[in-house]
Design a protein around this ligand. Structure first.
Ligand SMILES: NC(=O)c1ccc[n+]([C@@H]2O[C@H](COP(=O)([O-])OP(=O)(O)OC[C@H]3O[C@@H](n4cnc5c(N)ncnc54)[C@H](O)[C@@H]3O)[C@@H](O)[C@H]2O)c1
Length: 305
C-alpha cells in the first residue's frame, strides 16, 4: 500500500493524515468543506511544530511532511489512486453507508476501505462489492500521539486485509490489537464507557465533586494503569481477595473462581492471569515499585499529582 486517502478532515482526520505523511506516505485528505481542509493543514503544521519542539518529529523535515499531504473536496479525485482509504467522517450510519458505496464505485478494486467508527457495526449496513477488503481500524485522539489502533474485522474481512493493515500500522510505530469479532465500543471505549457511567453516577447522586473524582483517578487507581494495566493489577491484588470482594457485593466471576480453584492466586502464588514462576515475589514487587515510583515522581514534576 502506497497511496493513502483520508476522508473527513476533522478532529481525527487531520491527525490521521499527519501520521501517514510522517511515515513517508503520499496522502490525499478530503472533506466536504474547503474551510475544514485549510484549517486541517494549519492544525497539522502546529502539531508538527509541537513534536519538533520536543525533539519527537523523528528527524523528519516538517515542510517535507506537509508537502506529502494534498487536499481536495472532490471525492472521486481522492479515491481514484488510493490503495488504502481511511474513513473519519461523522458517526452517522446513513452518511457512512453512502460514503462506502461511493468509495466502492470510485476506488480501484484492490483498495482497502477502513472505517474509524467508534461504536457502529458498519458490517450490518455498509454495502460494497469488496466486503473482504472492508474493516474497522479504530484510532484514538490524537492519533499522532496515542499509540493504539484497534482493528476489528467483519465477518467477511479476509486475513490478508487484516494483516496488510496491521503491518502498515506497526510500520508507522502504532501498537495494534485485532479483535476476534465485532462488539460495539471494542475494548477501549467499552472500558471508558464503564468508567464514565460510574463517574456520572457519583456526580449526579452528590457523592463527590468533579475535582475529587479526578483526584481519585489520578492519585488512586489511574497511576497504576500504565504499569499494570487492568488485568495484571488483579494479580497484584490477589485473585482470592478479588473473589471475596465480588462475593461481598453478591457478585461472582467464573474466570476468577476457576483460577482460584487451580491455586492461581496471582503474584503471591507465582501464577494468576500471568505467569511469574521462577521469579521471587520480592523481585516482581520491586520491578513494579521502581516503575510506579518513577511514574509518580514524573507526574509530580508535571504538576498532575
Ligand atoms: N473524536 C474522537 O475522539 C474520535 C476517536 C476515535 C474515533 N472517532 C470516530 O472518527 C470519526 C470522525 O470523528 P471526528 O471526531 O473526527 O469528527 P469531526 O466532526 O471532527 O469530523 C468529521 C469531518 O467529516 C466531514 N464529513 C462529513 N461527512 C462527510 C462526507 N460525506 N465526506 C467527506 N467528509 C465528510 C465533516 O465536514 C468533518 O470535517 C467518527 O466516526 C468518530 O466516531 C472519533
Amino acid at each position: 500500500m502506497k497511496n493513502i486517502t483520508i476522508v473527513g478532515a476533522g478532529t481525527m482526520g487531520h491527525s490521521l493524515a499527519q501520521v501517514f505523511a510522517q511515515g513517508g506516505y503520499p496522502v490525499v485528505l478530503t472533506d466536504i468543506k474547503e474551510e475544514t481542509l485549510s484549517a486541517a493543514l494549519g492544525l497539522i503544521a502546529a502539531n508538527l511544530k509541537t513534536l519538533s519542539d520536543l525533539g519527537l518529529a523523528g528527524g523528519a523535515d516538517l515542510s517535507e511532511t506537509l508537502g506529502r499531504i494534498q487536499t481536495t473536496t472532490e471525492l472521486p479525485v481522492a479515491a481514484a489512486t488510493a490503495d488504502l482509504i481511511v474513513e473519519a467522517i461523522v458517526e452517522n450510519p446513513e452518511a457512512k453507508k453512502k460514503l462506502f458505496s461511493d468509495l466502492d464505485r470510485m476506488s480501484p478494486p484492490h483498495t482497502i476501505l477502513a472505517s474509524n467508527t467508534s461504536f457502529l457495526d458498519i458490517y450490518q449496513f455498509v454495502e460494497t462489492k469488496r466486503p473482504h477488503k472492508v474493516l474497522i481500524a479504530h484510532w484514538f485522539a490524537p492519533p499522532h500521539i496515542i499509540p493504539l489502533v484497534e482493528i476489528v474485522p467483519g465477518p467477511q474481512t479476509d486475513a490478508e486485509t487484516v494483516s496488510a493493515v496491521k503491518t502498515m500500522l506497526e510500520g508507522l510505530g502504532k501498537q495494534t490489537i485485532v479483535l476476534k469479532k465485532f462488539l460495539p465500543g471494542f475494548i477501549v471505549n467499552r472500558l471508558q464507557s464503564a468508567l464514565t457511567r460510574e463517574v456520572l453516577f457519583l456526580l449526579e447522586n452528590g457523592y463527590a465533586d468533579p475535582q475529587d473524582i479526578d483526584k481519585a483517578a489520578k492519585a488512586g487507581f489511574g497511576i497504576r494503569i500504565p504499569i499494570l494495566g487492568l488485568v495484571q493489577r488483579m494479580d497484584f491484588t490477589g485473585l482470592d481477595l478479588m473473589k471475596d470482594i465480588l462475593k461481598n457485593s453478591e457478585k461472582r466471576s467464573q474466570i476468577i473462581d476457576d483460577l482460584v480453584a487451580q491455586g492461581r492466586l496471582g503474584v503471591k502464588s507465582g501464577r494468576g492471569f500471568y505467569d511469574y514462576t521462577g521469579r521471587p515475589v520480592e523481585e516482581v514487587l520491586r520491578d513494579r515499585d521502581l516503575k510506579l515510583l518513577k511514574l509518580r515522581e514524573f507526574l509530580k514534576e508535571l504538576g498532575e499529582l
